[in-house]
Design a protein around this ligand. Sequence first.
Ligand SMILES: NC(=O)c1ccc[n+]([C@@H]2O[C@H](COP(=O)([O-])OP(=O)(O)OC[C@H]3O[C@@H](n4cnc5c(N)ncnc54)[C@H](OP(=O)(O)O)[C@@H]3O)[C@@H](O)[C@H]2O)c1
Length: 241
Amino acid sequence: MSEKTIALVTGANKGIGQEIAAGLGALGWSVGIGARDEKRGEAAVEKLRAAGVDAFGVPLDVTDDASVAAAVALIEERAGRLDVLVNNAGVTGGLPQEPTLVDPATVRTAVETNVIGVIRVTNAMLPLLRRSASPRIVNMSSTVGSLTRQSTPGAETGPISAAYAPSKTFLNAVTVQYAKELSDTNILINAGCPGYCATDLNGFRGVRTPEQGAAIAIRLATLPDDGPTGGFFDDAGVVPW
Ligand SMILES: NC(=O)c1ccc[n+]([C@@H]2O[C@H](COP(=O)([O-])OP(=O)(O)OC[C@H]3O[C@@H](n4cnc5c(N)ncnc54)[C@H](OP(=O)(O)O)[C@@H]3O)[C@@H](O)[C@H]2O)c1
């Protein structure tokens, strides 16, 4: 088994995911670059390696059982365990999404990737995570999924969203349930929000850099053994549910 800490970041071929991989790589970790498109994945691996990161490619579509099973086999073969899983891959389905007009297919796409994809990948990777001395799972959520924020007059809540924002609320709820089930293990699982970052996801309208957005994921990936689990955090601290 590798002496290095082994991490997997889903959707790491661009945006915040690539910066999470860069940040974890800078810690001296070996980082699996999850990417659903092989060419985009290879390009990201090359870029990260050129920057000194011990990166390896992991073809991975979070919506596809066979792809996820192959990713597990690849990491098993390479490292024999997984220390940190960052469930970063996400889609909006296109915004705005007025609830009264939304195509159910848009809702299905957001939930399939942002929620079911996280469950599929997490459950498949759990046997490898359980072999780690300090397993960490980070789910990249969003403050747009905070029902408290969404129902607070004047709060910054993003565009109207019947699919993307509720998918992150769902993801937060699922994170709490995982923490509940895993409470008697050494696995810490938390949700994090990167803030509004300039990436493809929002047509590069975000006001923070992807690197700034990666900071919360890196913090939650490197929590000490007595760190929190089942929480929702951004750079400013705890985010209300
Ligand atoms: N940007 C923000 O302001 C912001 C704010 C709050 C939360 N977030 C969250 O942060 C995470 C990263 O977002 P980002 O802004 O970096 O977006 P991004 O630049 O659009 O990157 C999204 C990544 O997810 C991948 N992906 C999408 N569907 C996938 C699937 N089925 N299987 C595997 N990978 C898939 C994309 O791959 P392709 O390149 O193949 O499309 C890409 O690598 C998301 O979960 C997002 O919801 C972002």
